[in-house]
Design a protein around this ligand. Structure first.
Ligand code: NDP
Length: 384
């Protein structure tokens, strides 16, 4: 029988990679819901191709366009934040959560509260909601499968082992496009340079996060929630080739690593087929052609984002949600040419130092902290 799937953020990079895998096994899948923010044209094109039952745009002004584009099909069209959550709450075998930013949090929580299986790419949602999300997963018997390549690697390396036996989890980081740049060069980096990642083809926001290393900071917090081994057992290492996606070392000093091409279709396939495996169109890994795998300690002088993330998760309460919200505001300001590259992390740091956000106990609390932090970060932009 065909398995059913909904993809939140279908028009984005992770959405496209997911749909590429579905396209190759068309008869094995039934597409329930597809969502986008404002890109009604692309969403409609995908909904037509995959015969989606429901298509939702978050931006309500785009609903007429979506309806026009889908005229004559059986796809239901809807718009707005509530419709996104309703789409996420529809019963399906798997929901892929691939909206970018905290905007994806309420839909992810709706999928979790249904007790479904959620393949989570939307790391900002878990970073912001933290314990609120993991508690909801436990309460509703949901299953969270990590899409992020590092967390997917760790998830795979943990299979058949006990978390109690873990000595250390190592998240690998490519170091991004500016790994070898001086501070002066970083200060003059342009948006076009920042989004040109050497190994991965991704959406603009995560590409900038990779360039500042905030992506690894967010992933550090994400790993803390997904794999609760304690912060002292989590570390980050730079690995420019992005072949080793992360590692788990056990108490006997045996280290398991997951290797693969730097293409999101590999970790996405691992989630879609879990606990089995499915084919992907990737070429087999050719280590002889790659020749060398190298590893370095991170440089937190030039890239302080990982330090900020570590401090935020150590501080707890609303600090991770504040870090995430300020980063979203600052990245968007950088992409629109408002601030310098090096001001992104500076805005996050000054927002964190000015706001002691309370510990959120509910989704509404998290969204409240997110709003407060955004307002403050917007003020910080003036001084950046
Ligand atoms: P993209 O920018 O490519 O796509 C984002 C998707 O989210 C689009 O469908 C977009 O719709 C939708 N969206 C944006 N804003 C909103 C909003 N306010 N409300 C509802 N929907 C919205 O991002 P990526 O695919 O690169 O990343 C998605 C998530 O996956 C991020 O959290 C990222 O960190 C994570 N991730 C991505 C990886 C990658 O390789 N790309 C790797 C690992 C994790 P529209 O097209 O209409 O704007």
């Amino acid at each position: 029988m065909a398995r059913s799937i909904s993809i939140l953020g279908a028009s984005g990079s992770v959405g496209a990679s997911t749909l590429d895998l579905i396209r190759r096994e068309r008869n094995k899948w039934r597409v329930e819901g597809l969502t986008a923010n404002g890109n009604a044209k692309e969403l409609a094109k995908l909904a037509r191709e995959f015969g989606a039952r429901l298509a939702v745009v978050a931006d309500e002004t785009k609903l007429p366009e979506l309806r026009d584009e889908l005229a004559g099909t059986d796809t239901l069209c809807a718009a707005g934040r509530a419709a996104l959550c309703e789409a996420a709450a529809r019963p399906v075998d798997i929901t892929v959560a691939a909206i970018v930013g905290c905007a994806g949090l309420a839909p992810v929580m709706a999928a979790i509260e249904r007790g479904g299986t959620v393949a989570l790419a939307n790391k900002e949602a878990l970073v912001s909601a933290g314990d609120v999300m993991t508690a909801a997963v436990a309460q509703h018997g949901a299953t969270l499968l990590p899409v992020d390549s590092e967390h997917n690697a760790i998830f795979q390396c943990l299979q058949g082992n006990r978390v109690e036996d873990v000595a250390r989890i190592t998240l690998t980081a490519s170091g991004g496009p500016f790994r070898t740049w001086s501070y002066e060069q970083l200060a003059a980096a342009t948006p076009a340079q920042a989004v040109a990642h050497p190994n991965w083809d991704m959406g603009a926001k995560i590409s900038v996060d990779s360039a500042t290393m905030m992506n690894k900071g967010l992933e550090y917090i994400e790993a803390h929630h997904l794999f609760p081994v304690g912060l002292d057992r989590l570390r980050i290492i730079i690995h420019p080739q992005s072949v080793v996606h992360s590692m788990v070392e056990y108490c006997d000093h045996s280290t398991l690593a997951q290797l693969g091409p730097s293409d999101m279709r590999v970790p996405i396939a691992s989630c879609l087929a879990w606990p089995q495996r499915m084919d992907t169109p990737m070429a087999p890994l050719d280590l002889a052609a790659i020749e060398e795998l190298t590893f370095y300690a991170p440089d937190e002088q030039r890239f302080p984002a990982t330090r900020l993330a570590r401090e935020a998760i150590e501080a707890g309460a609303g600090a991770p949600a504040t870090l995430n919200a300020a980063n979203e505001v600052a990245v968007s300001a950088f992409l629109s040419g408002q601030i310098a590259f090096t001001s992104i992390v500076a805005v996050v740091e000054s927002t964190l130092s000015r706001y002691s956000a309370p510990a959120p106990a509910s989704l509404d609390d998290v969204l409240g902290v997110d709003q407060e932090a955004r307002a403050l970060a917007n003020e910080m932009l003036e001084h950046a």
